[in-house]
Design a protein around this ligand. Sequence first.
Ligand code: PHB
Length: 403
Amino acid sequence: MTEKSTPTRRQFVAGAAATAGLAAAGGFVPARVAIAGAAPVKIGILLPYSGTYAKLGEAITNALKLRIEQAGGKLGGRAIEYLAIDSEMSVPKAPTNTNKLIKKEKVDFLVGPVHSGIAQAMAKIVGPRETPIMIVPNAGSNLVTGSLCAPNIFRTSFTNWQPAYPCGKVMADDGHKTCVTIAWKYTAGRQMMDAGTDNFEKHGGKVVQDIQVSFPKVEFQAQLSEIASIKPDAVFAFFAGGGAVKFVKDYAAAGLKDKIPLYGPGFLTEGVSKAQGAAAEGIRTTLHYAANLDNAANGAFRAAYQKAFGKTADVFAVQGYDTGSLLIQAMDAVGGDTGATRDLIAAMEGATIADSPRGAWTMSKAHNPIQDIYLRQVKDSVNEVLGVAAKALQDPATGCKMA
Ligand code: PHB
């Protein structure tokens, strides 16, 4: 089989393992030498640039481009063309947007999205195809690297299970026996609440109420009254972006902050702790990143991000940055030959993102990061690391046949 043939899906999967040997034998080298002068590599981006997740999309995009600029602004020696679409966080528009990038623009790589429901819609389109290669720089849907996993779908962020599960034990270890969960009513909220509940109950806790708020609503008064009347030991919450600012502020304004401690996956305070101000102080969360992680890559990354954009870096920027690192590694491995899909996939599967600001991580068989989850606490508006809540945590990848 040559690189340019179009193998069946079965051949495609089987062939991936054999590719490293072929490359080592030099079989592809002549074709690749010519690639450097080829047309730009097309990177399609489907991220939110409006609404409650707008800042997440912006941070991911900024840091992706920053990482590639730091590597000379090229991938495998080729210039880059970015084609970005605002997802508007719309699941119904996701198929049209995805098909526009794949069929009309014929992108080589598809980067997105932030929202789990959109990720599932995209995965259903991309997974059955051989190309393009999709890299998810945020959306945590467990299914995308679970039952919807595919050779050409990778993730550089997390599954919804990963940052949520360890927090259940943290709450129990802090001595809490009862808890109310509250989250936006869609895939991400559901999966995070289920993961946190599971581990809280494994450690002797009991979830006494599960409150769901329509996405992306930010009116919380009725729900806060309900929490006040239930009086649980703790509250476990998922909100992010603009919604997280509003929820944490409203929680404090309702007089609950000093009575019933708030916990959650770190999105609750990530990138928004300054806007939340005093309302966020002391909140403990678990996440695959913390602002003051003591590694050389993190310090350099935060300084470079601040300098380039005049903004403070957060986990969303880290995920965009690592998406850039993954693209750089894979495109270097194939000398810029975007047609060498099997080799690109093999390079991504074997990748270690050694210089990640979150600490080094590797790719699981289901194509999701195996990574440390940190316990953090907000101090002076900074999400500071307190310790490692789960070392090299790997998602169970339920239903993924590649794992
Ligand atoms: C998601 O929809 O998967 C999602 C969105 C925002 C986050 C985390 C997960 O901060």
